[in-house]
Design a protein around this ligand. Structure first.
Ligand SMILES: [Zn+2]
Length: 450
């Protein structure tokens, strides 16, 4: 059993030292950690070195995936004369023809099926422009908006930020495969400008020239353990190490990885022995569509794994949110822990399908995703997935609170006498169907069953 006094000592260290902030800073200053880059390799080496210094023996779990890196990207609109609009390519988007492609720009609002229904015939063979904000029916993942654009026969996908600041939104368009049509990101300011021009002129033509490189690439997860009193039962504590190539990925997800490292360091320092073994995994290739953890969950024997806790964006906002992925019994278990936690989180049965907990949930493992909840949901990802997700956005007090919260939560969660049992396939299907996710997950090619 974990001794309360050891946890109190851990919390004391968190608030009297600055180690958490140093962990985040070191990861941010290594660069984006984008899959397939030198920065990714350096970050993986950095982790291994840190863990070896703690006398641990980290495992490097290699796998192959569809790699991608950006080349050049240009976007012009036909104003008085051709005008350049700054743009970036979205991840896993294909190149255009060398001479570029031309088309009419058609605005598709938030990009939901319902919104696109109205402009379907115009958008065929055209450039479909959609924003990253909520659709008429609520929030939709970028990959669904892209799939909708492909399905109506658009020639290219233009994805505009809905938050101001001349920031490009990035992200993958498909999961572990190249997309069908070119896809670029533009700022909110240029989105508004283009919309005004369309109103003024009646129609607007654009030209896109993009060259990207895609090839099979190898990456690896870094895995380490703190052995529990009952090593037969294992809880995976995960987070993704990779970020997007435009930024430092400070909140998404250097903060999550720093939390894993600091919990490990403090548990070792104060000899914390949990009831169950904690298997920490710094996942690679999450930002390409939850690729690395999906490959891991499909290949690895998960027999001993009794639960999974994913930290994705835990630093950045208060309160912390715990999503129980539609599993009622798990929600009840977490609610019981609530009063023992450092401060009150919000708890929901929300299903997070776009992060590393999802492949474990699909295997029936009780899975949680913990993140900082943006008090203004309209902001969506905010600075996430833009060049502004940088170390200066980390509030030192929030970083410490996030770590203390996660450490206390994990110490209690790993000590629960009886965890909810694993889900059978029919129960998983029922949960996904009850949450009306079947159709979208199929569009995303993430429906886990035949
Ligand atoms: Zn993330």
């Amino acid at each position: 059993m974990i001794e309360e006094i050891a946890i109190q000592k851990c919390i004391g260290d968190i608030f009297t030292e600055n180690q958490m902030l140093e962990r985040i800073r070191d990861l941010c200053f290594l660069g984006s950690r984008f899959s397939g880059t030198e920065s990714e390799k350096q970050a993986q080496e950095h982790l291994v070195k840190f863990l070896v210094n703690l006398n641990l023996k980290p495992i490097e779990w290699e796998f192959e995936y569809q790699g991608w890196r950006r080349g050049t990207c240009s976007f012009q609109i036909e104003d008085q004369k051709a005008k350049d609009i700054p743009a970036i390519s979205l991840v896993l988007a294909p190149s255009t023809l060398v001479e570029g492609i031309e088309g009419l720009i058609i605005c598709g609002a938030g990009g939901s099926e319902k919104e696109l229904e109205k402009i379907k015939s115009e958008a065929k063979e055209a450039f479909l422009l959609v924003h990253s904000g909520n659709t008429e029916e609520g929030w939709l993942h970028r990959r669904i908006k892209y799939a909708n654009a492909v399905n109506i026969g658009a020639k290219a996908f233009i994805f505009a930020n809905h938050n101001p600041g001349q920031l490009f939104p990035t992200g993958s368009v498909r999961s572990n495969r190249l997309g069908e049509i070119p896809a670029i990101g533009i700022s909110k300011e240029n989105y508004s400008y283009i919309n005004e021009l369309i109103k003024l002129k009646g129609s607007l033509k654009g030209k896109i020239e993009v060259s990207n490189i895609s090839e099979k690439t190898v990456s690896k997860h870094i895995i380490w353990e703190i052995e529990g009193e009952n090593p037969e039962e294992v809880i995976v504590i995960g987070g993704h190490l990779d970020g997007h190539d435009l930024a430092q990925g400070a909140t998404d997800n250097a903060g999550g990885i720093a939390t894993l490292l600091e919990i490990t360091r403090l548990f070792i320092k104060y000899n914390v022995k949990p009831r169950r073994t904690l298997k920490f995994i710094a996942f690679a290739v999450e930002e390409f569509g939850v690729v690395g953890s999906t490959i891991y969950a499909n290949k690895e024997d998960l027999q001993n794994i009794v639960a999974m806790v994913n930290l994705d964006g835990i630093v950045g906002h208060i309160p912390k949110h715990i999503s129980c992925n539609g599993y009622g019994k798990l929600c009840k278990t977490i609610l019981k822990l609530k009063e023992n936690l450092l401060y009150e989180p919000s708890i929901s049965s929300e299903i997070v399908s776009a992060s590393d907990n999802y492949p474990f949930f699909c295997k029936g493992i009780p899975s949680l995703c913990i993140y900082g909840e943006n008090p203004d949901p309209k902001l969506g990802r905010g600075y996430g997935h833009t060049s502004a997700d940088t170390f200066d956005k980390i509030d030192p007090l929030d970083a410490k609170l996030s770590l203390a919260f996660a450490l206390v939560f994990i110490s209690h969660f790993s000590n629960i006498e009886r965890l909810p049992e694993k889900l059978a396939q029919r129960e998983i299907i029922e949960i996904l169907q009850n949450n009306k996710l079947e159709e979208n997950l199929k569009i995303l090619e993430k429906w886990p069953f035949k």
